[in-house]
Write a protein of this length. Structure first.
Ligand SMILES: [Zn+2]
Length: 217
């Protein structure tokens, strides 16, 4: 059967390759090898787009010498709260995205491969997620060698969640059209969740880069 890599992951791979052109790719991977094929790994094209199998996982080699530190790549992805993330495995630990168990928290990973040579990223199995080619958050941003790529729109605003206070919260409340008191409480969180649902984002009540972007459009 024909298969391909998820477009979201080929985007990430090209961003990483532009960022560190000389990086070691020895432990890179996307399509499952025979060992994987017996398992339900996302490296197998078990997600179907019509008759084409889609691989929804990507491994990026840990090569700190070149600058491509898999742990840093993971942390930057996590900090972005990207709604496409299903889970990340790195260095004996696994972390689920917004729809998984204990979202955005590292848990011990007991799988056979401890993932010390590469970071593994799985994206969600819906086409709107796995074929979403928006730029990912990558350490140091998108390399300038991609002038034709749409400019990434990382916001300088802090990620906000319940308990936050101050000018950014005031700005958020203005954008949401709710009472402006500078305190991120229950009402603000409810308004954020509503806005996230409206914009098709992961509904977690946390205002990260994508939520800021959606609100400021
Ligand atoms: Zn993997």
């Amino acid at each position: 059967m024909a298969h391909r890599i998820a477009k979201a992951l080929s985007k990430l791979r090209s961003q990483v390759n532009s960022r560190w052109p000389d990086r070691n790719k020895a432990s890179d991977g996307w399509i499952g090898d025979t060992a994987h094929q017996a398992t339900n790994s996302d490296h197998n094209p078990h997600v179907k787009d019509g008759t084409t199998g889609v691989v929804t996982a990507l491994d990026i080699t840990h090569d700190p010498k070149s600058g491509c530190d898999a742990g840093v790549v993971a942390e930057v992805l996590i900090a972005s709260r990207d709604p496409r993330i299903k889970y990340i495995i790195w260095n004996h630990q696994i972390l689920a995205g917004d729809a998984g168990q204990s979202p955005w928290k590292w848990r011990g990973y007991q799988g056979k491969n401890p993932h010390t040579r590469h970071v593994h990223l799985s994206v969600k199995a819906t086409k709107a997620m796995y074929d979403d080619e928006r730029p990912w958050a990558v350490p140091g941003g998108v390399a300038p060698s991609q002038p034709s790529a749409p400019a990434p729109t990382p916001t300088k605003r802090a990620t906000l969640k319940r308990g936050a206070k101050g000018a950014d919260v005031r700005h958020l409340q203005k954008l949401l059209g709710i009472e402006v008191d500078g305190v991120f409480g229950a009402d603000t969180e409810a308004a954020v969740r509503k806005a996230q649902a409206k914009h098709g984002l992961g509904v977690d009540g946390v205002v990260g880069p994508y939520t800021w972007e959606a609100l400021t459009k």
